[in-house]
Design a protein around this ligand. Structure first.
Ligand code: DGY
Length: 326
Protein backbone atom coordinates (compact mmCIF):
# COMPACT_ATOMS: atom_id res chain seq x y z
CA UNK A 1 0.00 0.00 0.00
CA UNK A 2 1.16 3.53 -0.82
CA UNK A 3 0.56 6.58 1.28
CA UNK A 4 -0.22 9.92 -0.33
CA UNK A 5 1.67 12.86 1.09
CA UNK A 6 -1.34 15.12 1.50
CA UNK A 7 -2.54 15.96 4.95
CA UNK A 8 -6.20 15.67 5.68
CA UNK A 9 -8.73 13.01 6.47
CA UNK A 10 -7.48 9.45 6.39
CA UNK A 11 -9.08 7.28 3.75
CA UNK A 12 -8.54 3.81 2.34
CA UNK A 13 -9.03 2.99 -1.35
CA UNK A 14 -9.37 -0.76 -1.80
CA UNK A 15 -8.32 -1.13 -5.46
CA UNK A 16 -6.52 0.40 -8.42
CA UNK A 17 -8.95 3.00 -9.81
CA UNK A 18 -9.00 5.46 -12.75
CA UNK A 19 -6.33 8.16 -12.43
CA UNK A 20 -8.75 11.08 -12.34
CA UNK A 21 -10.53 9.74 -9.27
CA UNK A 22 -7.27 8.85 -7.57
CA UNK A 23 -5.92 12.37 -8.14
CA UNK A 24 -9.08 13.86 -6.67
CA UNK A 25 -8.76 11.74 -3.55
CA UNK A 26 -5.05 12.22 -3.00
CA UNK A 27 -5.34 15.99 -3.48
CA UNK A 28 -7.67 16.23 -0.50
CA UNK A 29 -7.04 13.23 1.68
CA UNK A 30 -4.35 11.31 3.40
CA UNK A 31 -4.98 8.26 1.28
CA UNK A 32 -3.86 4.71 1.79
CA UNK A 33 -4.08 3.19 -1.68
CA UNK A 34 -4.29 -0.52 -2.36
CA UNK A 35 -3.11 -0.14 -5.93
CA UNK A 36 -3.85 -3.61 -7.24
CA UNK A 37 -6.53 -5.20 -9.36
CA UNK A 38 -7.10 -7.85 -6.72
CA UNK A 39 -8.71 -6.88 -3.42
CA UNK A 40 -6.70 -6.96 -0.21
CA UNK A 41 -7.08 -10.22 1.71
CA UNK A 42 -9.66 -9.74 4.44
CA UNK A 43 -7.16 -9.73 7.32
CA UNK A 44 -5.00 -7.10 5.60
CA UNK A 45 -8.11 -5.09 4.75
CA UNK A 46 -9.20 -5.05 8.38
CA UNK A 47 -5.73 -3.93 9.50
CA UNK A 48 -5.33 -1.28 6.82
CA UNK A 49 -8.57 0.52 7.65
CA UNK A 50 -7.94 1.01 11.38
CA UNK A 51 -8.68 4.63 12.26
CA UNK A 52 -9.81 5.77 8.80
CA UNK A 53 -12.34 8.56 8.26
CA UNK A 54 -13.54 7.30 4.90
CA UNK A 55 -13.58 4.11 2.85
CA UNK A 56 -13.65 3.82 -0.95
CA UNK A 57 -14.75 0.27 -1.68
CA UNK A 58 -15.97 -1.96 -4.49
CA UNK A 59 -18.84 -4.40 -4.84
CA UNK A 60 -16.49 -7.28 -4.04
CA UNK A 61 -15.83 -5.96 -0.53
CA UNK A 62 -18.16 -7.16 2.20
CA UNK A 63 -18.87 -4.14 4.38
CA UNK A 64 -20.30 -5.62 7.57
CA UNK A 65 -20.24 -4.97 11.32
CA UNK A 66 -16.85 -6.65 11.70
CA UNK A 67 -15.28 -4.39 9.07
CA UNK A 68 -16.95 -1.25 10.43
CA UNK A 69 -15.65 -2.11 13.90
CA UNK A 70 -12.17 -2.63 12.49
CA UNK A 71 -12.34 0.85 10.94
CA UNK A 72 -13.34 2.32 14.28
CA UNK A 73 -15.27 5.36 15.45
CA UNK A 74 -13.68 7.93 13.11
CA UNK A 75 -15.35 6.40 10.08
CA UNK A 76 -17.89 8.79 8.55
CA UNK A 77 -18.44 7.43 5.06
CA UNK A 78 -18.43 4.22 3.04
CA UNK A 79 -18.35 5.06 -0.66
CA UNK A 80 -18.85 2.17 -3.06
CA UNK A 81 -17.92 2.48 -6.73
CA UNK A 82 -21.14 0.77 -7.81
CA UNK A 83 -24.86 1.37 -8.02
CA UNK A 84 -25.55 -1.92 -6.23
CA UNK A 85 -24.99 -1.83 -2.48
CA UNK A 86 -26.14 -5.29 -1.45
CA UNK A 87 -22.57 -5.88 -0.19
CA UNK A 88 -22.91 -3.00 2.31
CA UNK A 89 -24.76 -3.52 5.57
CA UNK A 90 -26.58 -0.22 5.41
CA UNK A 91 -28.26 -0.73 8.81
CA UNK A 92 -24.93 -1.26 10.56
CA UNK A 93 -23.63 1.87 8.85
CA UNK A 94 -26.66 3.88 9.99
CA UNK A 95 -26.20 2.65 13.57
CA UNK A 96 -22.68 4.09 13.52
CA UNK A 97 -23.67 7.30 11.70
CA UNK A 98 -21.66 6.25 8.67
CA UNK A 99 -23.02 7.69 5.41
CA UNK A 100 -23.16 5.32 2.43
CA UNK A 101 -22.41 6.62 -1.07
CA UNK A 102 -23.14 4.84 -4.37
CA UNK A 103 -23.11 5.66 -8.09
CA UNK A 104 -26.60 5.57 -9.58
CA UNK A 105 -27.46 7.07 -12.96
CA UNK A 106 -24.09 7.33 -14.65
CA UNK A 107 -23.80 3.62 -15.47
CA UNK A 108 -27.39 3.19 -16.64
CA UNK A 109 -26.74 3.46 -20.39
CA UNK A 110 -23.64 1.26 -20.39
CA UNK A 111 -25.38 -1.44 -18.37
CA UNK A 112 -28.53 -1.33 -20.49
CA UNK A 113 -26.37 -1.65 -23.60
CA UNK A 114 -24.59 -4.73 -22.26
CA UNK A 115 -27.91 -6.23 -21.17
CA UNK A 116 -29.11 -5.94 -24.74
CA UNK A 117 -25.84 -7.40 -26.06
CA UNK A 118 -26.40 -10.40 -23.80
CA UNK A 119 -30.02 -10.76 -24.83
CA UNK A 120 -29.10 -10.72 -28.49
CA UNK A 121 -26.14 -13.06 -27.96
CA UNK A 122 -28.36 -15.56 -26.17
CA UNK A 123 -31.33 -15.43 -28.49
CA UNK A 124 -29.36 -15.29 -31.76
CA UNK A 125 -27.00 -18.01 -30.57
CA UNK A 126 -23.79 -16.05 -30.97
CA UNK A 127 -21.78 -18.36 -28.72
CA UNK A 128 -22.64 -21.39 -30.86
CA UNK A 129 -22.04 -19.42 -34.03
CA UNK A 130 -18.62 -18.13 -32.98
CA UNK A 131 -17.59 -21.60 -31.86
CA UNK A 132 -18.77 -23.13 -35.13
CA UNK A 133 -16.70 -20.66 -37.15
CA UNK A 134 -13.62 -21.22 -35.02
CA UNK A 135 -13.97 -25.02 -34.91
CA UNK A 136 -14.53 -25.50 -38.63
CA UNK A 137 -18.13 -26.61 -38.06
CA UNK A 138 -19.36 -23.92 -40.43
CA UNK A 139 -20.24 -25.91 -43.52
CA UNK A 140 -22.40 -24.30 -46.10
CA UNK A 141 -25.25 -21.83 -45.63
CA UNK A 142 -28.17 -23.86 -44.28
CA UNK A 143 -31.78 -22.63 -44.11
CA UNK A 144 -32.46 -23.98 -40.65
CA UNK A 145 -29.08 -23.70 -38.94
CA UNK A 146 -28.57 -21.62 -35.77
CA UNK A 147 -31.99 -20.03 -35.85
CA UNK A 148 -33.19 -18.12 -32.85
CA UNK A 149 -36.02 -15.90 -31.80
CA UNK A 150 -36.14 -12.24 -32.80
CA UNK A 151 -37.46 -9.24 -30.93
CA UNK A 152 -39.87 -8.14 -33.65
CA UNK A 153 -43.36 -8.85 -32.36
CA UNK A 154 -42.06 -10.26 -29.10
CA UNK A 155 -43.28 -9.75 -25.56
CA UNK A 156 -40.55 -8.57 -23.23
CA UNK A 157 -40.93 -8.91 -19.47
CA UNK A 158 -38.76 -6.74 -17.25
CA UNK A 159 -38.49 -7.55 -13.57
CA UNK A 160 -37.49 -4.28 -11.94
CA UNK A 161 -38.28 -1.30 -14.12
CA UNK A 162 -35.85 1.08 -12.45
CA UNK A 163 -33.20 3.24 -14.09
CA UNK A 164 -31.58 0.36 -15.96
CA UNK A 165 -34.74 -1.63 -16.68
CA UNK A 166 -36.44 1.43 -18.13
CA UNK A 167 -33.48 2.21 -20.37
CA UNK A 168 -33.35 -1.41 -21.56
CA UNK A 169 -37.03 -1.13 -22.53
CA UNK A 170 -36.49 2.19 -24.33
CA UNK A 171 -33.57 0.76 -26.31
CA UNK A 172 -35.42 -2.45 -27.20
CA UNK A 173 -38.55 -0.64 -28.33
CA UNK A 174 -37.25 0.18 -31.85
CA UNK A 175 -36.60 -3.54 -32.47
CA UNK A 176 -40.36 -3.91 -32.86
CA UNK A 177 -41.26 -5.30 -29.46
CA UNK A 178 -45.02 -5.87 -29.40
CA UNK A 179 -45.53 -5.58 -25.67
CA UNK A 180 -43.63 -4.74 -22.51
CA UNK A 181 -44.69 -6.28 -19.23
CA UNK A 182 -43.06 -5.26 -15.98
CA UNK A 183 -43.19 -6.01 -12.30
CA UNK A 184 -41.72 -4.42 -9.20
CA UNK A 185 -42.20 -0.72 -8.50
CA UNK A 186 -44.89 1.02 -10.52
CA UNK A 187 -43.72 3.28 -13.43
CA UNK A 188 -46.61 5.30 -14.86
CA UNK A 189 -44.15 7.04 -17.22
CA UNK A 190 -43.36 3.69 -18.85
CA UNK A 191 -47.05 2.93 -19.17
CA UNK A 192 -47.40 6.16 -21.17
CA UNK A 193 -44.15 6.16 -23.14
CA UNK A 194 -43.81 2.44 -23.87
CA UNK A 195 -47.35 1.26 -23.22
CA UNK A 196 -45.76 -1.06 -20.70
CA UNK A 197 -48.25 -3.10 -18.71
CA UNK A 198 -47.82 -3.73 -15.03
CA UNK A 199 -48.15 -7.46 -14.48
CA UNK A 200 -47.84 -9.88 -11.60
CA UNK A 201 -44.93 -12.28 -11.91
CA UNK A 202 -47.13 -15.23 -12.94
CA UNK A 203 -48.44 -13.32 -15.93
CA UNK A 204 -45.05 -11.86 -16.79
CA UNK A 205 -43.45 -15.32 -16.77
CA UNK A 206 -46.27 -16.94 -18.73
CA UNK A 207 -46.47 -14.36 -21.52
CA UNK A 208 -42.89 -13.14 -22.00
CA UNK A 209 -40.61 -14.31 -24.78
CA UNK A 210 -37.78 -12.56 -22.98
CA UNK A 211 -37.51 -12.22 -19.21
CA UNK A 212 -34.95 -9.64 -18.09
CA UNK A 213 -33.86 -9.29 -14.48
CA UNK A 214 -33.02 -5.65 -13.75
CA UNK A 215 -33.90 -5.66 -10.05
CA UNK A 216 -31.62 -4.96 -7.11
CA UNK A 217 -30.58 -7.86 -4.89
CA UNK A 218 -32.57 -7.57 -1.67
CA UNK A 219 -33.99 -10.11 0.78
CA UNK A 220 -37.19 -10.03 -1.34
CA UNK A 221 -35.50 -10.73 -4.68
CA UNK A 222 -32.85 -13.21 -3.46
CA UNK A 223 -33.29 -16.50 -5.33
CA UNK A 224 -36.59 -15.39 -6.91
CA UNK A 225 -35.68 -16.91 -10.28
CA UNK A 226 -35.99 -20.52 -9.18
CA UNK A 227 -37.43 -23.79 -10.53
CA UNK A 228 -40.93 -22.54 -9.86
CA UNK A 229 -40.36 -19.38 -11.86
CA UNK A 230 -38.67 -21.16 -14.78
CA UNK A 231 -41.54 -23.67 -14.91
CA UNK A 232 -43.97 -20.81 -15.42
CA UNK A 233 -41.97 -19.38 -18.34
CA UNK A 234 -42.35 -20.36 -21.97
CA UNK A 235 -40.24 -23.30 -23.16
CA UNK A 236 -38.67 -20.86 -25.61
CA UNK A 237 -38.11 -18.07 -23.07
CA UNK A 238 -34.77 -16.29 -23.04
CA UNK A 239 -33.74 -15.27 -19.54
CA UNK A 240 -31.27 -12.40 -19.09
CA UNK A 241 -29.66 -11.24 -15.85
CA UNK A 242 -27.45 -8.19 -15.52
CA UNK A 243 -28.29 -7.36 -11.90
CA UNK A 244 -26.80 -9.69 -9.31
CA UNK A 245 -26.22 -13.44 -9.42
CA UNK A 246 -28.01 -13.75 -6.09
CA UNK A 247 -31.45 -13.13 -7.62
CA UNK A 248 -31.14 -16.48 -9.41
CA UNK A 249 -31.16 -19.99 -8.04
CA UNK A 250 -28.34 -21.07 -10.31
CA UNK A 251 -28.81 -24.83 -9.91
CA UNK A 252 -32.45 -24.40 -10.88
CA UNK A 253 -31.49 -22.28 -13.87
CA UNK A 254 -28.98 -24.85 -15.02
CA UNK A 255 -31.59 -27.62 -14.74
CA UNK A 256 -34.16 -25.51 -16.62
CA UNK A 257 -31.71 -24.87 -19.46
CA UNK A 258 -30.72 -28.53 -19.62
CA UNK A 259 -34.25 -29.89 -19.62
CA UNK A 260 -35.61 -27.33 -22.06
CA UNK A 261 -37.88 -25.76 -19.45
CA UNK A 262 -36.64 -22.47 -20.91
CA UNK A 263 -34.82 -21.76 -24.17
CA UNK A 264 -31.65 -19.87 -23.35
CA UNK A 265 -30.00 -17.58 -20.85
CA UNK A 266 -27.58 -14.66 -20.86
CA UNK A 267 -25.86 -13.86 -17.58
CA UNK A 268 -23.49 -11.02 -16.75
CA UNK A 269 -23.59 -11.91 -13.07
CA UNK A 270 -23.26 -15.25 -11.30
CA UNK A 271 -22.81 -16.92 -7.93
CA UNK A 272 -20.00 -16.95 -7.10
CA UNK A 273 -17.91 -14.48 -9.07
CA UNK A 274 -15.72 -15.48 -10.74
CA UNK A 275 -17.77 -18.47 -11.86
CA UNK A 276 -15.60 -21.60 -11.50
CA UNK A 277 -14.60 -22.93 -14.91
CA UNK A 278 -16.10 -26.31 -14.04
CA UNK A 279 -19.56 -24.77 -13.61
CA UNK A 280 -22.09 -26.86 -15.59
CA UNK A 281 -23.52 -23.58 -16.94
CA UNK A 282 -20.41 -23.18 -19.06
CA UNK A 283 -20.98 -26.49 -20.80
CA UNK A 284 -24.42 -25.48 -22.03
CA UNK A 285 -24.63 -24.21 -25.60
CA UNK A 286 -27.73 -22.19 -24.72
CA UNK A 287 -26.13 -20.19 -21.93
CA UNK A 288 -23.92 -17.14 -22.46
CA UNK A 289 -21.93 -16.01 -19.43
CA UNK A 290 -20.01 -12.74 -19.19
CA UNK A 291 -17.71 -11.62 -16.35
CA UNK A 292 -19.78 -8.81 -14.76
CA UNK A 293 -18.93 -6.15 -17.34
CA UNK A 294 -22.26 -4.32 -17.56
CA UNK A 295 -20.78 -0.93 -16.71
CA UNK A 296 -17.43 -1.57 -18.39
CA UNK A 297 -16.99 1.33 -20.77
CA UNK A 298 -13.97 3.58 -20.25
CA UNK A 299 -16.08 6.69 -19.73
CA UNK A 300 -18.54 5.00 -17.39
CA UNK A 301 -15.92 3.47 -15.15
CA UNK A 302 -14.15 6.81 -14.89
CA UNK A 303 -17.40 8.60 -14.08
CA UNK A 304 -18.25 5.98 -11.45
CA UNK A 305 -14.84 6.34 -9.81
CA UNK A 306 -15.06 10.14 -9.82
CA UNK A 307 -18.54 10.14 -8.30
CA UNK A 308 -17.42 7.63 -5.68
CA UNK A 309 -14.44 9.90 -4.92
CA UNK A 310 -16.76 12.91 -4.60
CA UNK A 311 -18.99 10.92 -2.24
CA UNK A 312 -15.95 9.95 -0.20
CA UNK A 313 -14.64 13.51 0.05
CA UNK A 314 -18.03 14.97 0.97
CA UNK A 315 -18.44 12.24 3.57
CA UNK A 316 -15.15 12.81 5.35
CA UNK A 317 -15.99 16.53 5.52
CA UNK A 318 -19.33 15.68 7.10
CA UNK A 319 -21.23 17.08 4.12
CA UNK A 320 -24.20 15.53 2.36
CA UNK A 321 -22.97 13.14 -0.33
CA UNK A 322 -23.73 13.90 -4.01
CA UNK A 323 -25.24 10.38 -4.21
CA UNK A 324 -26.18 9.04 -0.83
CA UNK A 325 -28.07 5.88 0.02
CA UNK A 326 -31.02 7.08 2.07
C1 DGY B 1 -22.82 -1.94 -10.01
O1 DGY B 1 -22.46 -0.76 -10.19
O2 DGY B 1 -23.50 -2.28 -9.05
C2 DGY B 1 -22.43 -2.93 -11.04
O3 DGY B 1 -22.63 -4.23 -10.65
C3 DGY B 1 -21.02 -2.74 -11.51
O4 DGY B 1 -21.03 -1.56 -12.24
Amino acid sequence: ANMSSANGPKVFVSRRIPEKAKALITSQCNAILWEKDEPPPRDEYLKAIAGIDGLFCLLTDKIDAELLDAAGPNLRVVSTMSVGYDHVDVKECAKRNVAVGYTPGILTKATAELTIALLLAATRRLKEGIRAVENGEWGTWKPMWLCGQGLDGATVGIVGLGRIGYTVAQCLNPFGVAKFLYSGGRRPDAEVELKAEYADLDRLYAESDFVIACCALTPETAGMFNADAFKKMKKTAVFVNSSRGGVVNQDDLCAALQSGEIGAAGLDVTTPEPLPTDSPLLRLSNCVVLPHIGSATHDTREAMAVLAAQNLIAGVKGEKLPSQVE
